[in-house]
Design a protein around this ligand. Structure first.
Ligand code: DHB
Ligand code: MG
Length: 230
């Protein structure tokens, strides 16, 4: 029996004691962030549980500040929780373009962005929205947290539209443990073949030292962080 076959339920973002300790000290949530979570939980408890953790959001903020991010694109924004953390790591005149394809999620995102001028919500298929955003490239960062089968395609876009020295970050890059499998792990608990192969490709490409300064940070879900060198 493959030890990874059951990993999916272990990887849900239940708050561990370690998460709580880190969040309390380094990533406390204000009322605005708490309200975003409350609205998402009321809408869909599963989606609430796949939001990034405060500790992960802080990590993104620190990386942003290290490479000096002023403009960012987020692919897959859900209720605007991560976009809010990203916006707060931007200068006052910075901007994060936040993309959702689901109109309900977009509605939640708009509520999160109401008092945060640094978030610009976009409704639509990411590929379509990214085409429009190409016009204002390059960007300092792309954060990818959308459909897992799309990660290789989103990396194609990020490679073209992130500046040299900018950041590419992907969430869920352990693919619930399945990215470790050298062959497609067919079975009940398996991700789609497309998601598995896209995530394998995503990490493989970002591991190219001639193009990226990168690693996979072993958060529960896995977060690949790459500085683009070209
Ligand atoms: C899933 C998606 C996410 O973006 C995440 O952080 C966790 C889980 C999912 O599709 O199951
Ligand atoms: Mg995610």
């Amino acid at each position: 029996m493959n030890i990874l076959s059951n990993i999916r339920k272990l990887t849900m973002r239940d708050q561990s004691a370690i998460d709580n300790y880190i969040s309390h000290l380094f990533a406390p949530e204000d009322d605005h962030l708490k309200q975003i979570s409350i609205r998402l939980k009321a809408y869909d408890d599963f989606l609430y549980r796949i939001q990034i953790q405060p500790s992960e959001a802080r990590l993104i903020q620190i990386f942003m500040n290290l490479v000096v991010v002023k403009t960012a694109v987020e692919i897959g924004s859900l209720a605007g929780y991560s976009a809010t953390w990203i916006a707060r790591a931007l200068p006052a005149d910075g901007l994060v373009h936040a993309i959702n394809k689901d109109p309900d999620h977009y509605n939640l995102l708009q509520q999160a962005a109401k008092d945060e001028p640094r978030i610009k919500p976009h409704l639509g298929n990411a590929s379509e929205v990214l085409k429009q955003l190409s016009e204002n490239a390059p960007y300092d960062m792309v954060f990818i947290d959308a459909d897992k089968g799309g990660y290789a395609h989103y990396l194609d876009w990020a490679e073209k539209h992130v500046r040299k020295g900018g950041l590419i970050i992907g969430d869920n890059t352990l693919l619930f443990g399945h990215v470790l499998e050298d062959e497609y792990p067919a079975g009940d608990k398996a991700p789609s073949r497309k998601a598995w192969s896209a995530m394998r490709e995503f990490n493989q490409r970002l591991s190219d030292e001639s193009k990226y300064n990168a690693t996979l940070v072993p958060t529960k879900e896995g977060m690949t962080v790459a500085i683009k060198l070209f």
